[in-house]
Design a protein around this ligand. Structure first.
Ligand SMILES: *[C@@H]1O[C@H](CO)[C@@H](O)[C@H](O)[C@H]1NC(C)=O
Length: 338
């Protein structure tokens, strides 16, 4: 036999065949490691919630080591964490973190909670990969631009003289970052649970921080903006104590100051009867045409869902866009090219 042939057979048998039989691992790319934080303490969790921007999604996986379905869905969760890098993913072991499990009322494992601005916006009980994927992509929001400018894009620089209907509405976002603390106040808030615990820089996390009225169900919240906004919708989350959730509310715009007496005599811009569904943080649309140039908003809360003595609100968010800029310096360059 030809010695070349023997050498060739040896080469095939000892080099090529083992190579082919080797399992093929995908190349290790450090960016493909899912960024999931395992929560070790309540304060660590609260710190994470405070560090996120109001529009940033947080997805919590409440799991337990002994729970089979939790292990089964973990790869799906990790894969989502790899794909949606602008979403924060944390895991909470319900046995290790009983305080948090209790705060969120966890009864089944796994439970996934979707949080924005400290407020729960959705929940999944059980291991349901399609639902988990669809809720993450539904609420993830756009990937933030790398630039440091935090202003929402105002797409049109020219304002039509008679603006009744808007054909090109810029994407609406949370307006919380446009609230100014000067004038931000609430009449008849309790001293233990003032407005500042849910709106503004010292806002706490959901479950521990909420706004509550003092002696009766009524509250009058004053929210000034640092520049004019178009208000599209409002969301109020009060589902932790649904009986104390607000029911009849009145909105007033552009009053320098307003007290309970003024509110009685002034015409409200809109009155809303909130349903028990509405106060679970759902967006409630406003009469958009009436809220085109809002410099300040007053919210009068008249009563609550269960006729309780005091009213409780866990979070408030306002959605819309900045009013079109008319006299704020030069327009972007490309708008002027002819
Ligand atoms: C506001 O609180 C004061 C006392 O703290 C109370 O007398 C008054 O009735 C309250 N006003 C309303 C409209 O609830």
């Amino acid at each position: 036999m030809n010695s070349y042939l023997i050498a060739f057979i040896i080469f095939i048998a000892f080099y090529v065949v083992p190579k082919l039989l080797q399992p093929r691992y995908p190349p290790r790319d450090p960016s493909m490691v899912p960024d999931v934080t395992e929560i070790q303490s309540t304060s660590q969790y609260d710190g994470i919630v405070k560090s996120l921007s109001p529009s940033q999604l947080l997805v919590i996986d409440f799991h337990a080591t002994w729970c089979g379905p939790c292990h089964a869905i973990a790869p799906v969760y990790d894969e989502l964490a790899t794909r949606f890098t602008h979403v924060k993913f944390v895991k909470i072991d319900v046995d290790g973190q009983r305080e948090l499990a209790q705060r969120f009322g966890i009864r089944a494992m796994p439970t996934f909670k979707f949080i924005k601005a400290g407020r729960e916006i959705a929940e999944i009980k059980g291991a349901n990969p399609p639902q988990l994927k669809s809720l993450v992509s539904q609420h993830a929001g756009p990937v933030p631009a790398p630039s440091t400018s935090s202003k929402p894009a105002t797409t049109t620089a020219t304002t039509s003289s008679s603006s009744t209907t808007t054909t090109t509405t810029p994407a609406e976002g949370s307006l919380l970052s446009h609230i100014t603390s000067k004038g931000l106040s609430c009449l008849n808030e309790s001293s233990a649970h003032p407005l500042s615990s849910i709106i503004g820089p010292s806002r706490g996390s959901k479950g521990t921080s909420y706004l509550e009225s003092d002696v009766d169900p009524q509250l009058l919240i004053s929210i000034p903006f640092n520049e004019p906004v178009k208000l599209k919708s409002i969301s109020i989350f009060s589902a932790i104590a649904p009986e104390q959730a607000p029911k009849a509310i009145k909105l007033y715009i552009n009053h320098l100051s307003l007290d309970f007496g003024d509110a009685d005599t002034q015409q409200a811009t809109q009155e809303i009867a909130l349903s028990p569904e509405d106060v679970k943080g759902n967006k409630v649309d406003l009469r958009f045409v009436r809220f085109q140039n809002v410099r300040s908003l007053h919210i009068l809360i008249e009563d609550n869902q269960g006729g309780e003595e005091t009213t409780r609100i866990d979070s408030i968010d306002l959605f819309g866009t900045l009013s079109e800029v008319t006299d704020k310096g030069p327009l972007p360059k490309h708008e002027h090219e002819h």
